[in-house]
Design a protein around this ligand. Structure first.
Ligand SMILES: [Zn+2]
Length: 334
């Protein structure tokens, strides 16, 4: 029911395409390389996104890269990386070196960039990293410093190996994303008072919003999410927003003094309600795909946080959004 409008849009798009072969049927493809918000080092926040007119991908965070690429290959989610196409590289090497055109790093926490650091020695030189100036400082000061790790970047202390070019586009200003047909705009987020960021991706008329870790405005005493919702509301109203990726790190039983700059299902739902209010009311988000990210697994026997988060979001889903829970290696089209 909720997905009806989106399916209708797709059919109208297909009809237009049939009438006018040069018209683009814009959309996005997404592959999950890592979906957890900590604990499991093989499955940490990392996604690949591209427009349906691109061959290369932009990585959205880079917690786990090669383990996720292997899982995606095993699931048939990256069919373009055949052994013949990849030679002389392995298929996972081909995806990593050749098909990832660049990286967006939402903030400097290890569960969002450990894969980038650990895989850097094998990456192709001069790839762009897009991030905020705050996170760029974290990368240079705390990781690419020849103490934690060699300096694979193009700036900072000691010999610069130059594998990565760190770009810090001004917040709120549009820039071209690597070797793709997509552009991006970075918006700041508040993550336990520290800096995090949302990337609003555009391709033609279509848009897609990837949120890094964030707390709720009321908890963080911030206006950053409000500003993000104000930026997205016109896109919702114009039916140009194809999807949102937003975190719910904990279930609702997480004590409110131990949120550490994260959302729960109740906080996520109340934030989406603010977006709906700015977008024309309760019905405005009906059917909107919302990929739920960064759920933190528990090591307590019998506690299944991903199942609890899903149950709590579905139970409170009065807005009728389409909550999506990707597994590592899954591929989706928006
Ligand atoms: Zn974080």
């Amino acid at each position: 029911m909720g997905r009806g409008k989106y399916r209708a849009t797709l059919l109208i798009g297909a009809a237009l395409l049939a009438l006018c072969p040069t018209a683009a049927l814009a959309g996005f493809e997404l592959v999950a390389l890592g979906v957890r918000g900590g604990v499991e080092q093989q499955n940490l926040s990392a996604y690949l996104i591209r427009s349906d007119q691109d061959t290369r991908w932009l990585a959205l965070d880079a917690g786990s890269l090669l383990p996720g690429i292997r899982q995606a290959l095993a699931k048939g989610s990256l069919p373009e990386a055949t052994p013949q196409q990849a030679a002389p590289l392995t298929p996972e090497g081909y995806v990593f070196r050749e098909l990832i055109a660049g990286y967006f790093i939402s903030h400097g926490h290890l569960d969002h960039l450990a894969g980038l650091l650990l895989n850097a020695p094998e990456d192709k030189p001069r790839k762009p990293i897009y991030t905020t100036s705050d996170t760029a400082n974290t990368l240079r000061t705390h990781y690419f410093n020849w103490k934690s790790w060699p300096n694979f970047s193009d700036s900072g202390n000691g010999t610069r190996l130059g594998t990565y070019r760190i770009y810090t586009p001004p917040l709120g200003q549009r820039f071209t994303l690597a070797d793709t047909r997509m552009s991006g705009v970075i918006y700041p987020l508040s993550h336990e008072g520290g800096a995090s960021a949302m990337l609003l991706i555009r391709h033609g008329e279509e848009a897609f919003a990837y949120f890094g870790d964030t707390g709720a405005d009321a908890v963080e005493r911030s206006r950053h999410l409000h500003a993000a919702w104000e930026a997205l509301a016109p896109l919702v109203q114009a039916r140009q927003l194809k999807g949102i990726m937003l975190e719910s790190s904990y279930a609702d039983d997480q004590p409110s003094d131990r949120l550490y700059g994260h959302l729960t299902p109740a906080l996520l739902l109340s934030e989406l309600a603010r977006l709906a209010a700015l977008s024309g009311g309760e019905e405005a988000l009906r059917g909107l795909p919302v990929v739920v990210t960064h759920i933190k697994p528990s090591l307590q026997a019998g506690k299944d946080v991903p199942a609890e988060v899903k149950q709590q979001l579905d139970a409170g889903n009065r807005l009728g959004v389409n909550f999506i829970f990707m597994q590592q290696g899954d591929r989706l089209t928006f």
